[in-house]
Design a protein around this ligand. Structure first.
Ligand code: GLU
Length: 521
C-alpha cells in the first residue's frame, strides 16, 4: 500500500519526458519515426516534453549532413521535438559528442567505487578469446581477464600510457530483473551478461553508458526504444543501480515485420523514410498507418487525426506482438487521405513532392524502383507551373480520386507532358474495335464539333453528351465511341476523364492531335 502510494506521488510530480536518440547515419529508418511518433504522442498527451538527442559517439560512423536528414524527416512528419540541438532546452548540450566530460566523470566514479575497471586487452587477444569460445560452442564474452588485475598492475599500465577501455563489472550468479511496460518482467542470468565496455580507448563512451547518463541527467521518464536493445537492458539496469539513480519507465517497441514475417531490413527500400517521400505518400497517412502497428483505436477506427490519436492513445495498450507492414493497406489509406485534400492542398503537396524529388538524391536503402525519371519530375513541375489556375484545380480534382500516391500520376497523365508518335503501333491501338474507315468517319465528326467549340468546360461536357448519344445513332457500344477519341487525345487507352483532359490540354493541342490521327488513318 505504502509502495503504490509513493509510486503515484512520484508520477504526479514528475513531468512526462520522452526522448529519441538517433545516431546520425545519413538514413532515417521507419522504426525511428515510429519511436518518435510514440515519444511525441505520449509527451503531448501528458503535457510533457519530447527531447531529441543526437547519439554521435561512434566517430567511425560519422556521416556529413546526417543530422539534417533526421531533422528533415521529423519535420516532414511534423514530429517536432520540444528540445534538442536545434530546438534549445535547459538540458543541453543535446549532442553526445559535446557531453564527453560527463561520461568520463561517471565512468571514473564507477571505477573508483569498484563497479567498473580498466581493461588493457589488445584486439588480438580479444579476437583469440572469442575464437576459442566459438570453437567450444560458448557464447562469446569477455573473459574478465583485466577484472583481476591488482591496483598496482593497473597503475603501472596507466602510467606507461597503455591503451585501455573501461568495462562495467557485472555480478556473478545473480538474476537481473527488469521491467518493460508492455513486455512485463524479464529476467536475465548475470553470468550471460558481458562485462560491457562503457568507455572506449578514444575517450568516447559506448552507447550503454551514454544512454544511462543522458536519460538520467535529462530527466527522461519514459525510454521508448527499439526491440534490439532488450538484450542490453540488464546492463543498463545495473548502471542505474551502480549510480544510485531511479530508472525511467522502459518500453521496447514491437519488431516491425514484413508481410512474410521476415524482419524489416535496412536494405529494403520501405525501411527508409526517403522511400515514402519519393513514392509520394502523404506524411499524415504514413503516420496514421504506423500508429496502427501494435496498437488499435479503441473504436477500431482505421483513419483518425493526430489530435484524435493524442486523445485516445495509451502507452500501456501498445502490444508487444510483432506487427506486419502491410503496404497495400498503406496505399489504400493514402488514397483515402488524398481524397480528403482540397484541390489547393493537393497541388501544394504535389509541388512539394516534385521539388523534393528534383532537389534530393535518394539517400535510402539500395532497393528503390520507380518508373519516373528525373526529367519526368522536372517536366511535370514545369507543365503545372505554366498551367492556368482553373486548369490546375481541375487537374487536382480529376486526379485526387484516381491516384493513391503521387507516383501514380504517371503514366495516367502522360498525355499532358509527353509526345507520342503517330506510327503503326498507334494506328493498331486506335483500330482495336473498329476499322480505319469507321474510325476516320467518327473522328472527323467529333473533330468538327471540337473545332467549332469555344473549349469551355461546359461546352466540352456538352460534346461528351453528344458522343454518348452517337453510340445509339451508329449502333456502337458506349465504350467503342469513346475509345478512339481517347487514343487520339492521349496516345493510350488510359487517361483521366477525357473531356476534362481536353479542357486542360487546350484547343490547339487537341485539334492538332485529331488532325495528325486523321491524316494517318
Ligand atoms: N542511438 C541508438 C540508436 O540509434 C538509440 C537507442 C535508444 O533509443 O536508446 O539505435
Amino acid at each position: 500500500m505504502k509502495n503504490s502510494n509513493s509510486v503515484q506521488n512520484k508520477s504526479k510530480i514528475k513531468k512526462v519526458r520522452t526522448r529519441l536518440g538517433p545516431s546520425p547515419t545519413g538514413f532515417a529508418h521507419l522504426g525511428t519515426i515510429y519511436q518518435a511518433m510514440i515519444d511525441k504522442v505520449w509527451a503531448e498527451k501528458n503535457g510533457g516534453q519530447f527531447v531529441l538527442r543526437i547519439e554521435d559517439t561512434d566517430i567511425k560512423r560519422f556521416v556529413e549532413g546526417a543530422e539534417n536528414v533526421i531533422y528533415d524527416s521529423l519535420n516532414w512528419f511534423k514530429l517536432i521535438p520540444d528540445e534538442g540541438p536545434i530546438y534549445g532546452g535547459e538540458y543541453g548540450p543535446y549532442r553526445q559528442s559535446e557531453r564527453l566530460n560527463l561520461y568520463k566523470k561517471y565512468a571514473e566514479k564507477l571505477v573508483k567505487e569498484d563497479k567498473a575497471y580498466y581493461c588493457f586487452c589488445s584486439k588480438e587477444r580479444l579476437d583469440e578469446v572469442r575464437k576459442q569460445q566459438q570453437n567450444e560452442g560458448k557464447q562469446p564474452m569477455y573473459d574478465k581477464h583485466c577484472r583481476h588485475l591488482s591496483k598496482e598492475e593497473v597503475q603501472k599500465k596507466l602510467d606507461a600510457g597503455e591503451s585501455h577501455v573501461i568495462r562495467m563489472k557485472v555480478p556473478e550468479n545473480e538474476t537481473i530483473i527488469v521491467e518493460d511496460l508492455i513486455r512485463g518482467t524479464i529476467e536475465f542470468d548475470s553470468n550471460l551478461v558481458d562485462d560491457q565496455v562503457i568507455m572506449k580507448s578514444d575517450g568516447f563512451p559506448t552507447y550503454h553508458l551514454a544512454v544511462v547518463v543522458d536519460d538520467h541527467l535529462m530527466n527522461i521518464t519514459y525510454v521508448i526504444r527499439g526491440p534490439e536493445w532488450i538484450t542490453s537492458f540488464p546492463k543498463h539496469k545495473l548502471l542505474y543501480d551502480y549510480l544510485g539513480w531511479e530508472m525511467p519507465v522502459f518500453v521496447h517497441t514491437p519488431i516491425i515485420n514484413n508481410m512474410d514475417g521476415s524482419k524489416l531490413s535496412k536494405r529494403q527500400g520501405h525501411a527508409s523514410v526517403d522511400w515514402y517521400r519519393r513514392k509520394g505518400y502523404l506524411p499524415e497517412a504514413v503516420l496514421n498507418f504506423i500508429a496502427l502497428l501494435g496498437w488499435s483505436h479503441p473504436e477500431e477506427k482505421e483513419i483518425f487525426s493526430w489530435q484524435e490519436y493524442v486523445n485516445v492513445f495509451d502507452l500501456k495498450n501498445l502490444s508487444a506482438v510483432n506487427p506486419k507492414l502491410d503496404l497495400k493497406k498503406l496505399d489504400w489509406m493514402n488514397g483515402q487521405y488524398m481524397q480528403t485534400l482540397t484541390n489547393e492542398q493537393f497541388l501544394d503537396k504535389l509541388y512539394n513532392w516534385l521539388t523534393y524529388c528534383i532537389d534530393n538524391e535518394y539517400v535510402g536503402a539500395t532497393e528503390y524502383e520507380t518508373h519516373w525519371t528525373k526529367q519526368d519530375y522536372i517536366d511535370v513541375f514545369n507543365w503545372l507551373r505554366n498551367l492556368d489556375e482553373d486548369k490546375k484545380l481541375l487537374f487536382a480534382e480529376i486526379n485526387k480520386p484516381r491516384v493513391k500516391i503521387f507516383e501514380d500520376l504517371l503514366p495516367l497523365n502522360n498525355l499532358f507532358i509527353k509526345n507520342f508518335n503517330i506510327d503503326e503501333e498507334f494506328i493498331e491501338l486506335l483500330n482495336k474495335y473498329k476499322n480505319s474507315e469507321e474510325n476516320k468517319e467518327h473522328l472527323e465528326w467529333i473533330a468538327d464539333l471540337l473545332k467549332n467549340s469555344d473549349f469551355s468546360l461546359a461546352h466540352l461536357k456538352n460534346i461528351e453528351l453528344q458522343v454518348k448519344n452517337r453510340a445509339d445513332e451508329v449502333g456502337w457500344k458506349i465504350m467503342e465511341v469513346f475509345y478512339p477519341i481517347r487514343v487520339t487525345v492521349a496516345g493510350s487507352k488510359v487517361s483521366p476523364p477525357l473531356f476534362e483532359s481536353m479542357f486542360i490540354l487546350g484547343k490547339e493541342k487537341v485539334i492538332e492531335r485529331f488532325d495528325k490521327a486523321l491524316e494517318a488513318l
